[in-house]
Write a protein that binds this ligand. Sequence first.
Ligand SMILES: C[S@@+](CC[C@H](N)C(=O)[O-])C[C@H]1O[C@@H](n2cnc3c(N)ncnc32)[C@H](O)[C@@H]1O
Length: 289
Amino acid sequence: MKERGSRSAETSAAQRALHTLHGRDPKIFEDPFAVELAGPMGKWFIRPRPTAWLIERAFPWMMPMIAHHLARARYVEERLDQLTGEGLAQYVLLGAGMDSFAFRRPDLADTLTIFEIDHPGTQKRKRRRLGKLGWPEPSHVRYVAVDFETEALRDALMRSDFNREQLSLFAWMGVMPYLTQESIVATLEDVAECAASGSEIVFDTMDRAALTKGKNTPGGRKMFRAAERLGEPMITGFDPPEINQLLAAAGFETLEIVTPEAFTKLWFEGRSDGLAPWEWAYVVRARVC
Ligand SMILES: C[S@@+](CC[C@H](N)C(=O)[O-])C[C@H]1O[C@@H](n2cnc3c(N)ncnc32)[C@H](O)[C@@H]1O
């Protein structure tokens, strides 16, 4: 990724903003801070209702991706709420992007330390944006810059006050497809090594077939082309059995694989807008052994 950091982080925030501002009820996930964090895209493109209408009609292929993004965000935060009752002390966002959890949940400021781990370029832009918005950086957030391709997560965590003894939840949302398999494996191994036993990781990935010429759907191909145009090509996918193997080898027990069908049953059935998650992506939850 270039020095300027990730543009897809803003796209992701823009999608949360679109649904929050203009999506139909019942909302899958609400993020009232996303429109500001999405930067100019939020201000000029997402906030006005007509452009939101236009996106739905002109880019229908984006809707399943948006549905997946909303579902993964809701899933991990619901899990966080459950773990909070079991002594969760640290929430580690790997590739945090324009995540606004710290602003949405000030009620957890006294009990939860949040680690926003991200590419230096993306993190710099986010922090500059917070400054411009006049939003003070929450005191329980630690900002740790790392490029997963060139530095070990373990070293980055050691530079911070991450506590290896405390129960942690790692969220790694919308990042894996952009990374090489080597850095994915290394990062998983570092999480397993650094986190207290019983800690969990939740991430999303996509079937290999999505990346295979001739197998993907037209909508998926459009998304890949859009990612390439942003300078962030999607290069890595895994089939569920592979993920199970990778996790076991790294020191995890797979707890749940949430397929698009499972998400549909949970939150999307009977919606009047027909919103449904992308068929190739799925979410995985695993526990550090
Ligand atoms: C699509 S955004 C997802 C952001 C956020 N997790 C979300 O769900 O909205 C991808 C994120 O992965 C991060 N990322 C991509 N490649 C990275 C790398 N090599 N090292 C660190 N972060 C990386 C980007 O900086 C960006 O924040």
